[in-house]
Design a protein around this ligand. Structure first.
Ligand code: ANZ
Length: 837
């Protein structure tokens, strides 16, 4: 009997499907474990092998946890609303609902073929009205609490797409998805007050088990900085301005002050003599993006206003400038400058010949380089002698006593711009009444369904696509019976993914978003696996909504995702000619380690790049499954390296894991069917290896080190091939240990061992700790704490024996010679340290 992956995989996938093997109810009695994948946006391109890496990882954990007796919630769904679907529709001339349904079909089929143990009964799609009814419901809750509001704001307007974008979607002045330029415009928009949760979003990071890098990215994004707001008078003008500073302790070192060019008082205080220069400078600045203004490398520019600011601590008059390095959107849009202790101020002072006064000791020569570290304050009257922390406390109380300022915390985080002028999104459930009031629709009216539009482009007068449905827009205010209009903006694509993990716990509930019982049963997500690209977008938005829901009392935990794991990307070789044209692998030839085009013989540039269709380096799971099987695909995806690392895809290496499965198969089957077995394990060493393997695989799955778990299974299989007949117990253990990784073939093993139910709920093997210990151990020998040698001695050897063996070694002896041993420290099975004089 040969290993026929196709037959086996089809058979078991059908059996799982027919038997509802992975279905989990809400009334189970076992402890719960909720494993979630970041659900995909079903793009038109389908999945490549890079996508399921995380899904396979989470599936292994899910299958393992089931065998450990947990009720495992492991669902899948679709992040189906959003701009990409709408763009694909425009391109193909097909309605987004059709495009989306079609893409979902493709994705589902692809995922099912991998043998992922999802409870498909819980499948959800964010564009389904039964789902977005509750997205709208959450919006109403935000609105009731004053957390959703409208404001005239400077927005990121993308002319090419005809919509505004969130700050998080824009980088370096372009939309991150398409590279289309984005400009600033003033528009009335829906905003969500995420800033009200800034502190909790930072503080509660300590409650979660997340990669430190992601936590740090969130902290930086929120950008909490503690400092003070200080008032400066402007001499002889009757005007004043406020600055935000994180270093009020350096006020005695203030030698000039700077306003953002857009600051409202600039034109009022500029002197006649400086007017022309100031106007020219303002004009110039307006043309720059925020990003360009912040770049540190660019040379500092600025213009003197002719006015003087009065430094409140010593009444000194300092020049008041405008410069584009001060942004209007942060703090107060004005700063005082202390060039001795701030890099930007220093550069500016040097360029424009402004004075530099040292107020913190410790630098070499602050005239030449700024000193930004801690030190004793000087030239600062009552602050002299203090360090930064103490000086800050003292100056802040002095400022408030004298009415010059107070302590203040500033955040980089801005409120979340929540409306989009797009079609394929959730309608915002509000109406605008005849007297221009914005009213929430009542919960009973939900969902406000998206009208079907053939033409879903923006209107010619620049209104959002929903304005093309006048019958839908025109409505009645139920309170007054008078005509009203529906909101034509829609929600951004992040809305649906803000709470989908909660809908999975009770996906068919028609009366509530989820029931309190379901929430109690499944609580927050125990393990969340996904890519790092969501660090400051989805993961921040979802935490914000969750906290609002927590305050509403509808969820019982302050954080949605207890543990987060980021899988690494899969990259692959791409081939490109000098004109930038990419080639498929079958269009190239290798000669002496170089790659040439088969057509033109041109030497090609090869590179390891992120897999993508546009780079012609995509491998699909379907082609791999066809040739090698889903179990080989799964094993290879995990064996390729640590799950969190970037990995290089090399299809030729799949042979290796496939051969491993073939070898394992032959442990169970020969030409006549099931092999001959013995009832006991006679070989002591093999028995130990079996127990060590159980321990290693168990611990590796718990800590998500899945590649090393597979290595250990390979060692076990190699040893096992030496036993004919083979102990049946070894086969039983092996089948169960491999099953989370290669579930289809393991079902086959399990059934030939005489079991009639799925291996999914077989009991995970236990190991005997005594059998996992080696008889020999390595003990580190140190002299005065320095490692000199490792000795291999029987486990539990006493100190005397360890000393005797250690002293027989030259490596130890040469450090003891001519010295006196004053003390010996011995830690059994670990360490022997000679303390010598
Ligand atoms: C005086 C000073 C002296 C400062 C010193 C620093 C060092 P973070 O940590 O990012 O909050 N600043 C304030 N508002 C600004 C704006 N709108 N545009 C550009 N810069 C601005 O940084 C706060 C510091 O950045 C503030 O502290 C201010 O410079 C500057 F030795 O005030 B500082």
């Amino acid at each position: 009997m040969r290993y026929n992956h196709k037959e086996i995989e089809e058979k078991w996938q059908k059996s799982w499907d027919d038997g509802n093997t992975f279905k989990v109810g809400n009334d189970g009695k076992n402890p719960k474990y909720y494993v979630l994948d970041m659900f995909p946006y079903p793009s038109g391109k389908g999945l490549h092998v890079g996508h399921p890496k995380g899904y396979v990882g989470s599936d292994i954990v899910s299958r393992y946890k089931r065998m450990r007796g947990f009720d495992v919630l492991h669902p899948m769904g679709w992040d189906a609303f959003g701009l990409p679907a709408e763009r694909q529709s425009h391109k193909e001339g097909i309605h987004p609902s059709i495009v989306t349904t079609r893409n979902i079909e493709t994705f589902r089929k692809q995922l099912q073929k991998i043998g992922l143990s999802y409870d498909w009964d819980r499948e959800i799609s964010t564009c389904d009205e039964k789902y977005y009814k509750w997205t709208q419901w959450i919006f109403l809750k935000l609105f009731e609490r004053g957390l959703a509001y409208q404001a005239e704001v400077a927005v990121n307007w993308c002319p090419a797409l005809g919509t505004v974008l969130a700050n998080e979607e824009v980088k370096d002045g372009v939309y991150i998805e398409t590279g289309d330029p984005v400009e600033k415009r003033l528009m009335k928009q829906w905003m969500l007050k995420i800033t009200a949760y800034a502190d909790r979003l930072i503080d509660d990071l300590k409650l979660v088990d997340w990669p430190e890098s992601v936590k740090e990215m969130q902290r930086n994004w929120i950008g909490r900085s503690e400092g003070a707001r200080v008032k400066f008078e402007i001499a002889d003008t009757g005007h004043n301005f406020e600055v935000f500073t994180t270093r009020p302790d350096t006020l005695f070192g203030c030698t000039y002050a700077v306003l953002a060019p857009e600051h409202p008082i600039v034109r009022k205080i500029t002197t006649e003599a400086q007017k022309a220069d100031v106007e020219a400078y303002i004009d110039r600045t307006m043309k720059l993006s925020e990003k360009d203004r912040l770049v540190h490398e660019t040379e500092k520019t600025g213009v003197f206003t002719g006015a003087y600011a009065v430094c409140p601590v010593n009444n000194k008059k300092v020049e008041l400038w405008i410069a584009d390095y001060v942004l209007t959107s942060y703090g107060t849009g004005a700063v005082f400058a202390c060039p001795a202790h701030d890099e930007r101020d220093h550069e500016f002072a040097k360029k424009f010949n402004l004075p530099i006064i040292e107020v913190v000791k410790g630098g070499e020569n602050v005239q030449e380089i700024p000193y930004t570290e801690d030190g004793e304050h000087v030239n600062s009257e009552f602050l002299d002698g203090l360090n930064i922390v103490d000086a800050k406390t003292k100056i802040i109380s002095w400022l408030s006593e004298n009415n010059f300022g107070k302590s203040e915390i500033n955040y980089r985080l801005r409120d979340w711009l929540f409306s989009r002028q797009r079609y394929w999104g959730e309608p915002i459930p509000v109406i605008i009444t005849e007297d221009n009031k914005v009213k929430a629709v009542s919960e009973k009216e939900l969902p406000i369904t998206l009208p079907y539009l053939e033409d879903f482009s923006a209107t010619s007068d620049g209104q959002p696509p929903l304005a093309r449905a006048p019958e839908w827009v025109a409505t009645i205010d139920p309170e007054t019976g008078k005509p009203a209009l529906r909101e034509t903006n829609t929600m951004p694509q992040w809305a649906g993914s803000c709470w989908y993990y909660l809908r999975f716990i009770d996906p068919h509930n028609e009366n509530e978003a989820w029931s309190p019982e379901a929430e109690k049963r499944w609580g927050s997500v125990d393990l969340y696996i996904g890519g790092t690209e969501h660090a400051t977008l989805h993961l921040l938005y979802a935490r914000f909504w969750h906290k609002v829901l927590y305050d509403l009392g509808v969820v019982s935990s302050p954080e949605p995702f207890t543990k987060l794991f980021n899988q690494g990307m899969i990259i692959a070789r791409s081939y490109k000619d000098s004109r930038g044209k990419y080639y498929y692998p079958y269009e190239v030839d290798e000669k002496d380690g170089q790659w040439y085009s088969k057509l033109s013989n041109e030497l090609l540039e090869t590179r390891l790049e992120k897999m993508s269709k546009s780079r012609y380096n995509v491998v699909t799971p379907d082609e791999i499954i066809e040739e090698y099987g889903a179990d080989s695909l799964r094993l290879y995806e995990m064996f390729i390296g640590p799950l969190e690392d970037t990995a290089i895809w090399q299809t030729e290496n799949i042979q290796g894991v496939r051969r491993f499965l073939d070898r394992t198969w032959r442990l169970f089957f020969n030409d006549n069917g099931f092999v001959e077995t013995t009832d006991t394990i006679e070989d002591v060493e093999f028995d130990k290896l079996l127990h060590k393997t159980i321990k290693k695989v168990t611990e590796d799955i718990e800590s998500i080190h899945l590649n090393t778990a597979i290595s250990q299974l390979m060692i076990l299989v190699n040893e096992a091939t030496k036993f004919k007949p083979i102990p049946k117990e070894a086969l039983s253990v092996l089948a169960r240990l491999i099953s989370p990784f290669a579930p289809h073939i393991s079902e086959e093993f399990w059934s030939v061992l005489g079991n009639e139910t799925s291996i999914t709920y077989a009991k995970w093997p236990e190991y005997d700790p005594a059998k996992t210990l080696d008889d020999q151990v390595n003990v580190a020998v140190q002299v005065n704490g320095k490692l000199r040698h490792l000795i291999d001695i029987p486990r539990d050897s006493v100190q005397e024996y360890a000393e005797k063996i250690a002293k027989e070694s030259n490596k130890v002896n040469m450090h003891l010679e001519g010295k006196t041993i004053v003390k010996v420290i011995f830690v059994k099975n670990k360490l022997l340290n000679f303390v010598v004089k």
